[in-house]
Structure formats: structure tokens, C-alpha cells
Design a protein around this ligand. Structure first.
Ligand code: FUB
Length: 449
């Protein structure tokens, strides 16, 4: 117990020290690739257990394919500030995993009887099993580790994308995919199956189905899954009145991603009376869709319990503190003409994006900035303009009150410019940045102090 306490302390301290390059916008993690987000609420905090995409090369993985060697976990109290707790499971630290396979695909985690059970797929060492994936478990006393992997995978499971679910009566189930979606009961120890795997019937027969994630709301069991109906994966769901079904295909949660990213992968949680959809896209790797990034958007239900379709946004969820960098390129709305977004550095996408305004009155609106008691006296803007240019900041919308005007000096260097702010209102407001005349301006971020 004492040993675990000390380890937990070391982990917590490490987590605090680790880079916190995460944000209130989409994607939520910006210093590494992340995919297949399984979100959970433990003790009032949101934890996300994603896959960790890396780029394959001659020495690791298969070039042009998924490449994953470990898992991180991230947590947040407000869906805006995320802490990276570091690596929790690594392929070469799990006895049964083929540590040359870089195949640590979509995981999930659940709490039961005082412990956290982290389920993950990978390829096992035994030559005869090389073809297929199986699923293992690592156990921890905290949601962020240390997780101790079991020496062997779960018997009788062949497939990927594990999803544990615990019903109201305490019975645990494991779902996974292997072309079809499977379910079996779990024993109380959460490490062994307690029933024969069953293929969930009545799901679409054509097109790949994977990534099951089950949740319950008002007595309805929602089985959500990515499915290739047409050319790439879209997020669908089926509903039933028991965790083992029967389930009836009910609708689409999210259409195919406009980016063309071939995979998508979801989880759904309720947090502080709001439901959220976690999913992924290839924001930080637009040319290679096996390097993905996790995202969050709000999810709403109709009165009959069906799910309203979610449209992917750049703004994502959560409030942005006015004193933090407000990345307006993750906009809520944008003018029809003259406003666009581009990478700051196309060779290093982790540096993020910039907003470009190049037509008079072009604007970008960023919603839900928390101004607190509106004590701010100035705004800082990181911007550049090869011609020299001017921009203004309005509250609420493009016709709302002007709170600042900012002159950007002529040049090809980024400037940090400070300008006076007046007329701020307390609380949560939208900000709109617009071009005053026709001289183009590029904006990295703005923040208030
Ligand atoms: O991340 C690798 C695989 O891609 C996952 O296991 C699938 O769900 C798909 O997202």
C-alpha cells in the first residue's frame, strides 16, 4: 500500500512536470498524435485513454501503416486544460506482446471494486498467433497508473478495440471487434470472460464495423461503432434494452469526416450535466491519416432518446480563459470571404495554426471566452503583416461593441503587440477579430491581461 502510495506520488509529480501542450479547442492534444479516444469520468475528472500514433520508419513498424508502441493517459477538470500523465503501458514492457509489432491499437479503461482496468489490443509473441490481435489488461490503483500488465492476454478473445461496460447491477461486459462486434460477460476479477463470445446480430452486414463503445442513458443501451457505409468510417449507433442486445441500428452520430481521414473512433460521456462525443481526425497530419488527433464536441439527444447528429468543429468544447492564448484559428464562425487558416510551419504542424485576414471586414469569431470580472486593461496580439495593417476586436459578434483596435507594424516578423482594451463585459463572451482595411494580417493568438 505504502509502495503504491509513493509510486502514485511520483506519477502525479511527473504528470505535473510533463509538457501541458493541450487546449480547449480541437484537437485537444497538440504535442503528439493521439487517436481512438476512450473517455471516462472518474471522481469528477475526465480521463482520456487514446491510442498514440507515431510515424513508422525503416526501424520501427510498417511504413504507411498504423504504428503505436505505447499509451498515455490525459486528464482534465474542465475539458479545456489537459494534463498528460505520461506513458502508462509500453509494448516492450508487456510479457505477451510482440514488441516489434507496434500494434497497440484502441484501448479503454474502467473502474471496478477499487481498481482501474486498462484493456488494450496488441499482437502476441507466439508465432502461431502472429496473424491476429488479442486483448490484454493492465491493472492500477489510480486512473493514471502505475498500471501493471497481466502476464497473459484474456483467453478466448481474438480482435481489437476492447470496450468494457458495467451495468447497473454490477455485471461487467467486454465488447470488441473482429470484422463483427462481439460481446461476452466478464468475471468479477475483470480479467477473464464469463461467457462464450457472442457476435452482436442485426448490425450492418456490409462494410467494416469496429470500435464498439457502449453507454446507458435512461434505460436505453447505446452501442456506438464506426462503420464504412460508403467510403470512410462514419459513427453510427444501435439501441437495445440490455447490454447484450438485441440492438437495433438507429442512426448516424457523425458523418464521414470532411478531411477524408479513413478511420474515426468514438466514446460518449456525460460530464457536469452535458454529454460529449470524443472522436478523432487527422488535423495535425493532413496528408497521412494514420497520424491522428483526438477531438471533443457536445452531443445532444432528442426527446425520444435518439442522438442528434454531431457536426465536427474546430472550436470544440470548454471555456477559454481570457488570460490564456486564444487560438482564434480554432474558430466558431468565419466570414464567407477573406478569412482562412493555415499551419504556422508546414514542416512542423505541432507548432499549430494561424488565422489569415486579407479582405476588408473579413472576420473570425471565437466563442466562450471567460473574462471573469472583466478586470483586463489590455490585449496582447501575436501577429504579422507584410504591408502593415490594422485589426479590431468586437465582443459577441461582428456588429457587437468594439473593445480594441490593434496596429500591426509592417514586416515579415511576428510581433507581440499590446493594445488598450475598453468596454469589456464580465463573464463568458464571444470575441470577433476583423480586418479594418485591405492590408492583410496574420494572427497567431490573442490574450488579455
Ligand atoms: O487505431 C488503430 C485502429 O484504427 C483502431 O483500433 C480502429 O478503431 C481504428 O481507429
Amino acid at each position: 500500500m505504502r509502495y503504491h502510495g509513493v509510486l502514485a506520488f511520483i506519477f502525479a509529480t511527473l504528470a505535473f512536470i510533463l509538457a501541458n501542450n493541450t487546449s480547449a479547442q480541437n484537437p485537444i492534444i497538440n504535442d503528439q498524435f493521439t487517436a481512438d479516444p476512450s473517455a471516462r469520468v472518474f471522481d469528477g475528472k475526465v480521463y482520456v485513454y487514446p491510442s498514440h500514433d507515431i510515424l513508422a520508419n525503416e526501424k520501427r513498424g510498417r511504413i504507411g501503416w498504423f504504428c503505436m508502441e505505447d499509451y498515455h493517459v490525459f486528464s482534465s477538470l474542465n475539458l479545456a486544460d489537459w494534463t498528460d500523465h505520461g506513458v502508462i503501458v509500453r509494448q516492450n514492457k508487456v510479457e505477451w506482446v510482440d514488441s516489434t509489432s507496434y500494434s497497440m491499437w484502441a484501448p479503454d479503461c474502467i473502474y471496478q471494486n477499487g481498481k482501474y482496468y486498462f484493456y488494450f489490443p496488441a499482437r502476441r509473441k507466439n508465432a502461431e498467433m502472429r496473424r491476429g490481435f488479442t486483448i490484454g489488461v493492465a491493472v492500477s490503483e489510480t486512473p493514471y497508473g502505475p498500471f501493471i500488465p497481466q502476464a497473459t492476454p484474456i483467453e478466448n478473445v481474438h480482435g481489437i478495440d476492447p470496450n468494457p461496460f458495467i451495468d447497473k447491477d454490477g455485471q461487467a461486459y467486454l465488447y470488441w471487434s473482429a470484422r463483427n462486434i462481439y460481446v461476452a460477460k466478464l468475471k468479477d476479477n475483470m480479467l477473464e470472460l464469463d461467457s462464450e463470445p457472442m457476435i452482436i446480430p442485426n448490425l450492418p452486414e456490409e462494410g467494416l464495423k469496429e470500435g464498439p463503445y457502449v453507454f446507458e442513458r435512461n434505460g436505453i443501451y447505446y452501442l456506438t461503432y464506426p462503420h464504412v457505409q460508403d467510403s470512410t468510417e462514419r459513427l453510427e449507433y444501435a439501441i437495445g434494452d440490455h447490454p447484450m442486445g438485441p440492438f437495433q441500428v438507429t442512426g448516424v452520430i457523425m458523418d464521414e469526416l470532411p478531411s477524408g481521414c479513413w478511420t474515426n473512433h468514438q466514446s460518449v460521456i456525460e460530464f457536469n450535466d452535458q454529454w460529449y462525443l470524443f472522436y478523432h481526425d487527422n488535423d495535425l497530419s493532413p496528408r497521412f491519416d494514420k497520424n491522428r488527433s483526438i477531438r471533443i464536441d457536445s452531443l445532444f439527444f432528442n426527446n425520444d432518446g435518439t442522438i442528434k447528429k454531431v457536426t465536427p468543429t474546430l472550436r470544440g468544447v470548454g471555456l477559454t480563459d481570457a488570460s490564456q492564448k486564444i487560438q482564434i484559428d480554432r474558430y466558431s464562425y468565419i466570414s464567407m470571404d477573406g478569412a482562412s487558416v493555415a499551419f504556422l510551419d508546414t514542416l512542423n504542424t505541432f507548432a499549430g495554426w494561424k488565422a489569415i485576414l486579407d479582405t476588408p471586414k473579413a472576420w473570425i469569431q471565437y466563442n466562450s471566452v471567460d473574462f471573469g470580472s472583466a478586470r483586463f486593461k489590455s490585449v496582447h496580439v501575436r501577429a504579422q503583416s507584410s504591408t502593415g495593417g490594422g485589426m479590431q476586436i468586437n465582443l459577441n459578434n461582428i456588429d457587437g461593441p468594439i473593445i480594441a483596435q490593434v496596429e500591426i507594424p509592417q514586416g515579415n516578423e511576428w510581433n507581440n503587440i499590446k493594445a488598450h482594451v475598453s468596454g469589456l463585459k464580465p463573464g463568458v463572451q464571444n470575441v470577433v477579430v476583423s480586418l479594418i482595411d485591405k492590408k492583410p494580417v496574420e494572427v497567431d493568438w490573442i490574450c488579455f491581461d
